[in-house]
Design a protein around this ligand. Structure first.
Ligand code: ACO
Length: 152
């Protein structure tokens, strides 16, 4: 469970979040591998200084526990089609297992969709497992076409 109060906010990923369990949280989604605090800071610095306009990584912190409970990423892609339009890609959505089912995931995804709108995206898209379709439908997304992959 979480000590988060209703209405407590979603904010941007910050330097101190490594120490608040950001990579442990990501490990509940997939393999994180070796990411030292220095690696984390360097990557965050790169994203902020070189890719600031196109990346938005949001977190929800339980401030009582200084723990990052949920996160999600928006990546903005710039196209020539659709009158040089932009598409938002939602990636790496995860909530700590003990904090699921309390609306945190919804809050993060809704904030990313809002952010995409403010950055001028005409749509947001994502890939997910079949079992998560219902979760994304709750934020107003709909199923479309298929995902393909080739690992390199
Ligand atoms: N299927 C159907 N409905 C769901 C599901 C699901 N798998 N998960 C949640 N919901 C519903 C909830 O019941 C709730 O409905 P309500 O508003 O009617 O009460 C609504 O969706 C919002 O749920 P939250 O409580 O905000 O979801 P939660 O905080 O538990 O986060 C998440 C959901 C992120 C999928 C979480 O279960 C998780 O971290 N799973 C493991 C990692 C994962 O699979 N991430 C998604 C990868 S895909 C990607 O990143 C693009």
């Amino acid at each position: 469970t979480t000590t988060l109060r209703a209405g407590e906010g979603v904010r941007k990923l910050a330097e101190g979040d490594y120490g608040k369990g950001y990579t442990e949280l990501l490990s509940k989604l997939t393999t994180v591998g070796d990411v030292s605090e220095e690696d984390f800071r360097a990557q965050l610095h790169f994203l902020e200084t070189e890719r600031g306009g196109d990346y938005c990584i949001l977190v929800v912190e339980d401030e009582g526990k200084s723990r990052i409970m949920g996160t999600g990423t928006l990546l903005v892609e710039h196209k020539f089609i659709h009158a040089c339009g932009s598409v938002g890609h939602i990636e790496d959505i995860v909530v700590l297992p003990e904090a699921r089912g309390q609306g945190l995931g919804h809050r993060v995804v809704a904030a990313l969709i809002k952010e995409a709108g403010e950055r001028g995206c005409y749509k947001v898209i994502l890939d997910c497992a079949e079992k998560n379709v219902g979760f994304y439908e709750k934020v107003g997304m709909e199923r479309k076409e298929v995902q393909m992959v080739k690992y390199l």
